[in-house]
Design a binder for this molecule. Sequence first.
Ligand code: PFF
Length: 446
Amino acid sequence: MTQTRSQWGSRLGFIMAAAGSAVGLGNIWKFPYMTGENGGGAFLVLYMICIVVFGLSLVIAELLIGRMAQKTPVAAFRETAGRGWSVVGGLAILTAFVILSFYIVVAGWTLAYTVFEATGSLSTMNSEALSATFKQLTGNPWQPVGYAGLFMLVCVAVVISGIGSGIERASKLLMPILFVLLVVLVVRAVTLPGAQAGIAFFIVPDFSKVTSDTVVAAIGQAFFSLSLGMGAMVTYGSYLSRERNLPVDALAVVGLDTLIAVLAGFMVLPAMFAAGLEPGDGGAGTTFLVLPAVFEAMPAGSLFGFVFFVLLAVAALTSAISLLEAVVCYLTDEFRIGRVAATVGTAVACLLLAIPSSLSFGPLAKHTLFGQKFFDLLDYVTTWIALPVGGILTALCVGWVLGPRAVTALTNQGRLAAPWAGVWLFVLRFIAPVGIGWILIQGLIK
Ligand code: PFF
């Protein structure tokens, strides 16, 4: 019996789901603090350049491979480019699985903080107390694993219901909510006394602050934020009908992802300046260590703090769903495992892998592998090695192996005019491999 493959029910549904994958902790947690640490406006400009130069081309390439084959990344690379290329799909699925395992740990913390804000337990805390709270939560052997499990349960509930009634429906509901919450917080942040300095820091570039590390950070961030190199976009592309105007849809997804990152910058940086903090204060801990204090200094702070952590959890959810779906789609397509079994099995395995990641902030903090904590090791290997390798191979595959065939498929067998298709191919053939190759080398040196 051949089953017909699921497809997105509507153009809007696909765009919301793909934008949901792209918009995540990367935009709201990571982008503002990276901008803060890397000199503000100059980082913003570099980030935008990376999005336009590599990001958009690779999003189109990944969605296109999926759409051409209408299959999971492994089969998609195999069928479009040849047997050997299936390794690229396999690497992407493995990376998705590993990233999901530590993404849910951080997502679990956002759930915990939602509860803290709801119960008002952060409201009277100074910065030492906040830092102790964070350490207590992340260092606890059970609690964060429990929150990660709870978060995973919600992902499972969505993915088990499939493409149309699960992922598409959830994304169409959650993405507008996310947008509204974010706008509320931006309005609050930019109207705080003293916020102007934060706005200026964010949008006025000072290129004297740019170093090669800034450029590497901007490319890496663009890549992670657009969900590239993990099979998510290939998988979501595989549910697209061949009739759609893919470049236009991809542009919408990339545009939404960038818009949300910029709005997150307008939320976090002005609020930090208004609270008298330096933009680089807190680093990766900004969200959990610094922002609760910033909220508490505002009128109705606990309410805004609560809204913020709900926003973060929603953003993380739609991204985690796409990572889970990439693995589930692989298992159902390649091994004919039922969706329910594939989803539950993947979730359980992923949660098991999340345990040592979570424990590496507590009982396992002193145990290192290759000189790093387990969480950091997984983060390093995926973000700095697996993703760039996957990105380079995807660009080379679509640019050189598929080449003109990809252009024909992209233009719906020549029915759409794509005057810039030549530019797209040029980027995939030359610019993307060199640019991403450079991050790979920098990552290995690190
Ligand atoms: N793009 C997501 C974020 O910015 O948080 C992270 C992510 C989700 C990466 C899904 C990759 C992916 F397949």
